[in-house]
Design a protein around this ligand. Structure first.
Ligand code: ADP
Ligand code: MG
Length: 671
């Protein structure tokens, strides 16, 4: 017996037990080696005219012997000489394939697309096998050799005589694994199961370019006997058939013009286990220092667990058509976590187990490009298929808003134009750009109202008062909306100049058409802070009213009790006699809606907004309040104040602090 070279024993042990975390990838490694071996022979046939090949015969074969508990991976590739066996399988981390690539790179440029590179994949077989036998015959030699090892001590190499049933008459290699015995924890028997093997081949080696064939059991109806009576029941029998398991050509390497939508959809549904067609399919082909193909999909519906912590984002990562990672999370930002797809690159640096990537620099570069591509694809969808886009936004818009919030607004420039909100004026979804473009002269900000019901929001006094001024209000009903707006702070709107409007005139005067001026529009909650909407006259009137009624307001504030409101004042929002008599607004950074959202979770944060009770000085009720104050009727003033406050809360969708007291107050009024 020959001992493994150098510190191989230790290394081998390390490898089998430490490098791989996933036992089942051994099959991927052996199939990849078989594919490489066929590739090499094929490559030889291209450069050496004495090599005659029938391309249709090139194949990889998987077979099992349940009684002997062996699994065999065979190929009719280039095979190995005794010397190559010694060098490639006797030396850990020696890659004959890497060598081959280097030798032939000059002759063929990039055409040598071989999978092997580290010289360790083969040994993964010892994760499942107690003994591995390799029977091989190198091309254009007359000898067959047998290499055998238990993966611990060493290996033997012997020549196989022509009388031996294992003798090979054609070039190629059989790798025969005698599986380990089952333990309490691990069932190695599963690698003898037809179903399991099919699954592994499809999962990891579906796009290996040569057919991977296996005997599969099928069922068919027996022919109907001629003398069968009316009550004949069809009978079935099982039979075996050699079947190609992998689909070979990766769909992402095909030109988009050669693939039908149907085929893309089928690929999407079977690969990502969805039953609905994707709404969008798009691809990316990058050339240069880092080459890769990406095929991506936007699902037609949100997976049920999208917003749970179990949801895993990521794209499938392939290297030379072999699956490396099922969900490579680094390729997608969180806000695009819904995108499904495949990225294939022969250039990514893998670590030797192929299970993790060696460095992230390349990934970062790819992720950047992919993100850009997704953004532009979504923009295109927004512009040319609005209906589909609205549906998409319903499904995934929350994540995009969350992305802006989480980046503290840093992503606002990229993502802001993807947002849609309900326009109270137009009663449909609009983008911020559409809102801004439709603003009347003199409007200085984008107005929104936040709450959980669109209908109720549209009836709120503060919303109505802004609408009455001719300004649109965005009705925001998702809890993340206001947080997203607060992170954005403003929206930068660049008006689109009509291409030919006035161009003639400008040319005649020899001027270049003016650059469209960008407008920075603040995002303002109609129920918070100073909206700065009132005219000078209105402002003056409000100021005067505030001064004249100082005593009334402080009495009302006291009547509501400690901490209920920070201020009672004249409203600059409610200014007409037919507006509501009062409303609640908030000062400072926390709006009423945010207070609700922040305290609604399982762990209420105890956040409190600074409430302001605003009174409509034009409303008849205001005169009643003044009269009560002047008549020094403290009970009446308290009753009116509490009622107005509770009413205003109810209109805001906030529970009144004491419903019983509220009901009693109403009765007092009636009595
Ligand atoms: P890698 O594929 O990364 O080179 P492996 O450990 O998988 O490393 O294989 C080591 C070497 O053994 C390969 O580079 C190749 O030269 C040789 N080899 C393995 N399997 C086969 C095979 N089926 N036919 C011919 N050569 C093989
Ligand atoms: Mg290999």
């Amino acid at each position: 017996m020959r001992k493994f070279k150098t510190e191989s024993k230790k290394l081998l042990d390390l490898m089998i037990n430490s490098i791989y975390t996933n036992r089942e990838i051994f099959l991927r490694e052996l199939i990849s080696n078989a594919s490489d071996a066929i590739d090499k022979l094929y490559f030889k046939s291209l450069t050496d005219s004495t090599v005659a090949l029938n391309q249709d015969d090139l194949a990889i074969r998987i077979s099992v012997d349940k009684d002997a508990r062996t699994l065999t991976v065979s190929d009719n590739g280039i095979g190995m000489t005794a010397e190559e066996l010694e060098r490639n399988l006797g030396t850990i981390a020696h890659s004959g394939s890497e060598e081959f690539k280097a030798e032939n790179a000059e002759a063929q440029g990039d055409a040598v697309d071989i999978i092997g590179r580290f010289g360790v994949g083969f040994y993964s077989a010892f994760m499942v096998a107690k003994e591995v036998t390799v029977v091989t015959r190198a091309y254009a030699t007359g000898q067959t050799y047998r290499w055998t090892s238990d993966g611990v001590e060493g290996y033997t190499i012997e020549e196989v005589p022509a009388t031996d049933p294992a003798y090979k008459f054609e070039s190629g290699t059989d790798v025969i694994l005698t599986l380990k015995d089952d333990t309490d924890d691990v069932s190695y028997d599963e690698y003898l199961s037809e179903w399991q093997l099919k699954d592994l081949i499809k999962r990891y080696s579906n796009y290996v370019r040569y057919p991977v064939k296996m005997m599969v059991t099928k069922s068919r109806q027996k022919p109907k006997p001629e003398d069968a009576g009316d009550d004949y029941q069809p009978e079935y029998e099982s039979y075996e058939e050699l079947e190609t398991i992998n689909s070979m050509t990766p769909i992402w390497k095909k030109k988009a013009s050669e693939v039908t939508d149907e085929e893309y959809h089928e690929f999407y549904k079977s690969t990502f286990h969805d039953y609905t067609d994707p709404v969008r399919t798009f691809s990316l082909h990058a050339e240069g220092a880092l080459e890769y193909d990406a095929l991506m999909f936007i699902p037609g519906r949100a997976p049920f667990d999208l917003y749970s912590k179990d949801y895993e984002k990521g794209l499938e990562l392939y290297s030379s058509n072999v699956l490396i990672m099922e969900k490579c999370a680094d390729l997608l930002p969180d806000y695009y976590n819904f995108v499904r797809g495949v990225v294939d690159s022969a250039d990514v640096h893998l670590n030797i187990s192929r299970e993790t990537l060696q460095q992230t620099r390349q990934l970062t570069a790819m992720a950047k490009r992919i993100e850009k591509k997704i953004t532009s694809e979504l923009e295109r969808m927004r512009d040319d298929d609005r209906e589909a886009y609205e549906k998409f936004f319903e499904n995934f818009g929350r994540g995009i808003k969350y992305g802006i919030y989480q980046s503290y607004g840093m992503k606002a420039a990229e993502l802001g134009d993807l947002l849609l909100f309900w326009s109270a004026k137009n009663e449909k979804m609009v983008t911020l750009a559409e809102y801004a473009a439709a603003m009347p002269e003199g409007q200085k900000a984008i107005y929104f109202a936040a709450g959980d019901d669109r209908d109720r929001l549209s009836k709120m006094p503060v919303v109505k008062s802004v609408l009455d001024r001719g300004y649109d209000v965005l009705l925001c009903t998702q809890d993340v909306d206001e947080f997203c707006f607060q992170a954005m702070r403003e929206y930068v709107f660049t008006p689109v100049v009509e291409a030919d409007a006035g161009a003639e005139g400008a040319e005649a005067e020899g001027e270049t058409p003016a650059e469209p001026e960008e407008k920075r529009l603040e995002l303002k909650n109609v129920a918070s802070g100073d909206l700065d909407l009132a005219t000078e006259d209105e402002k003056k009137a409000a100021e005067e009213a505030a001064k004249a009624n100082e005593g009334l307001f402080s009495a009302m504030k006291d009547a509501l009790g400690e901490g209920a409101v920070t201020k009672v004042t004249v409203s600059a929002r409610l200014t007409a006699a037919d507006d509501a008599p009062a409303c609640i607004t908030a000062e400072g950074p926390v709006s009423l809606e945010m207070e609700k959202v922040l305290n609604a979770g399982p762990m209420p944060e105890g956040v409190k907004s600074q409430r302001v009770l605003e009174l409509n000085a034009q409303h008849p009720v205001f005169a009643k309040l003044q009269a009560a104050q002047e008549g020094e009727d403290a009970d009446k003033l308290k009753l009116y104040t509490e009622l107005l406050y509770d009413q205003a809360l109810l209109m805001e969708g906030i529970d009144v602090p004491d419903p019983v007291a509220f009901a009693q107050n109403v009765c007092k009024l009636m009595a």
